[in-house]
Design a protein around this ligand. Structure first.
Ligand SMILES: Cc1cc2nc3c(=O)[nH]c(=O)nc-3n(C[C@H](O)[C@H](O)[C@H](O)COP(=O)(O)O)c2cc1C
Length: 246
């Protein structure tokens, strides 16, 4: 029969092990600095190749992972994504270029001269993660949360943007390059892409992330930014009140 003190030791051992396990399970796997360094690694990369060192299945996994946890206002989840790769991606850009050409030419020969080269270089990339907002979800949210109805259009944009930055960063951490495009700037292009990708009428094109292997080594240099003296203000009173509130 174990002595009383031995029993206490066994119970203490079990308790500390369970506590340690729980801490391990709930502790974040990355520090804030790791997270910021990862986010800072992302750049707009152009001149992408029509190859991808990352299999489509892994890109799909990343996109689905982002969709599984990214935030949206009232958790309404208006974001939808289509992944387009390979030959279908070339067709995607043919549709963009063919639809945009008369519109850009009408804007002036100089516009077309400049834009056609840019569009052709995007066409030469490997794939696109296309971000939509389902306006049916947004319209429903306006009814459910009527007092905030006027904000839901921008909330939908915010939600897709949050998904975009997460996917963009993750793809570059996997070793790909990517750049963000907004072909919704030319409404007939959006309509043609909706038809081509066979999405519901309620979907609105918000952006698409062009990706592929990088043409050169990843450039980590952040473009110049405005100084924090211009973009940031520490309001001592608010921050003090916040601390008291904690
Ligand atoms: C809301 C938003 C819209 C953007 N739209 C485009 C775009 O249509 N085409 C493009 O080439 N880059 C676009 N960009 C990329 C920016 O030009 C780029 O992020 C910026 O110049 C800073 O460079 P970085 O991405 O390397 O940090 C967009 C970025 C944001 C955040």
């Amino acid at each position: 029969m174990p002595r009383y003190s031995t029993l206490i030791n066994i119970i203490l051992f079990i308790l500390t092990t369970l506590l340690a396990l729980n801490i391990k399970m709930s502790a974040p796997k990355v520090s804030a600095n790791d997270w910021l360094a990862a986010a800072k690694y992302r750049r707009s990369v152009y001149g992408l190749k029509n190859t991808s060192k990352v299999p489509d299945s892994r890109v799909q996994e990343i996109v689905q992972e982002v969709l599984s946890f990214a935030p949206s206002s009232y958790n309404t989840q208006p974001v939808r994504v289509t992944l387009v790769t390979g030959e279908k991606h070339t067709q995607f850009w043919d549709i963009v270029i063919n639809t945009a050409e008369p519109i850009l030419k009408a804007a002036g020969a100089a516009v077309w001269d400049k834009m056609s080269g840019i569009l052709q270089s995007h066409k030469a990339s490997y794939g696109s993660v296309v971000f939509w907002e389902d306006s049916a979800v947004t319209d429903e949210a306006k009814k459910t949360h009527a007092s905030y109805a006027h904000l839901f259009e921008s909330f939908g944009e915010h939600a897709t943007g949050m998904n975009q930055i997460l996917v963009w960063t993750a793809l570059e951490l996997e070793g790909l390059g990517a750049n963000l495009q907004h072909m919704n700037g030319i409404p007939p292009v959006e309509e043609a892409l909706k038809k081509f990708l066979d999405v519901p009428a309620s979907y609105k094109l918000r952006a698409h992330l062009n990706y592929g292997d990088e043409p050169t080594a990843h450039n980590t240099a952040v473009p110049p930014k405005r100084p924090a003296t211009e973009t940031f203000k520490l309001d001592g009173l608010v921050s003090l009140m916040y601390m008291i509130d904690q």
